[in-house]
Design a protein around this ligand. Sequence first.
Ligand code: NAP
Length: 444
Amino acid sequence: MTEMRTLKVALLGCGNVGAQVARILIDDAGMLASRAGARLELAGIAVRDVDAPRDVDLPRELFTTDADALVRDADLVIELMGGIEPARTLIVAAMRNGACVITGNKALVAKDGPTLHEEADKAGVQLSYEAAVAGAIPILRPIRDSLSGDRITRVLGIVNGTTNFILDQMDTTGAQFADALAEAQRLGYAEADPTADVEGHDAASKAAILASLSFHTRFALEDVYCEGISSVTAADIAAAKDAGFVIKLLAIAEKLGAEGTKTGTKTDAGVSVRVHPTLLPREHPLAAVHGAFNAVFIEAENAGELMFYGQGAGGKPTASAVMGDLVSAARSLVLDGPGRAETTTGQVPAAPISAAVTSYYIGLDVADQPGVLARIAQLFAEHGVSIETMRQTIHRDSDSQTESAELRIVTHRASEAALAATVQAVKGLDVINTVTSVLRVEGV
Ligand code: NAP
């Protein structure tokens, strides 16, 4: 058997995201090696202050303030410092040195994407930045790879958790903008200086990246029209609500209709890339995105409508996106070709349906007698199935002058085996006329 190769990973930054990336690299080294086909060795972590306290316990000897030296000797460089410089110089140096680069730096990618891509192409290395848009949500790779055989016509994104939290708070409590912002700051969703979020600048960077990938054109930050949410009032929200709408800050990239020219040929009217508060019908899938969550809604010619939803920020969720890019880049180095291929190293067995654990809805037609509910509840308890809700409706048959009751029970999560045994036992009760339905419930 051939010896597994070791790839050196340089980590630039050990803050919210970097610390989690370092933790995963160390704790999940075995899993990552099997997925990547190479050992990923954390060679060092560049920071400003090597003695600063960290969110994660990490070996002191990994830290350095010499980012240049660290980058020079790496196969893979993960940039999680943020800001434009020195991040840009370090990324370019790393790529010129033959390293693949992974970054979460939306500000830098939106500002300097074209130059960075050019450098990556020249050096023949991968530059990936899944974490730069919508944190944990895999969105850039699906746009770039999965939808590369389709034509995207429109992208609508809730890509800033802070503003979604504020607008959601205003919508649910009737609060004014300033009070909702103060609450977001108290809960740690908004920075002390919230300008980049509330004025839409952060969302604008992401809009430029989404538009560039969706429309196969490099859009710069200056191409994005940007309006924030600081002038949205409680009265605006109430009026929208009254009319059946919810207000969301959306990053929008949409292809405008083709216009006929004098000669009758069609010209492309272009792509509108913009960020602004937008009214959405309350039944639109994006209207159901609450709190600090993010979601991206895509319309494509053949795929139709798609929605991607999840946590748009936070150390661990964002680190997940970084690790995906890292494994993919590592595999490209191992295979000396394109990124991730399918791996079958998991070897997990397929579980039988009896091992499934879920909630259940059970409909029962029962005799309307005293003590029936208690007997049924006791049977459930004896089988370890706990009841979340139980509703009873009485039916009266005027011909036979008899009464029966319809019971609708929703359980907490239980194993399929326990539920089957419970239903069997319930059927044996003399007060049960029929078990009318047994259905599995998800998402409660
Ligand atoms: P952070 O908590 O502020 O951490 C930044 C880290 O970079 C710190 O460890 C800092 O070192 C180091 N650093 C900064 N300037 C440096 C320099 N000149 N030389 C060496 N080290 C330097 O940032 P973060 O929240 O982890 O975000 C990192 C990147 O991910 C940013 O581009 C951000 O936009 C992006 N991102 C973040 C999130 C999120 O939820 N946080 C989500 C998506 C994308 P010291 O610790 O010594 O000061």
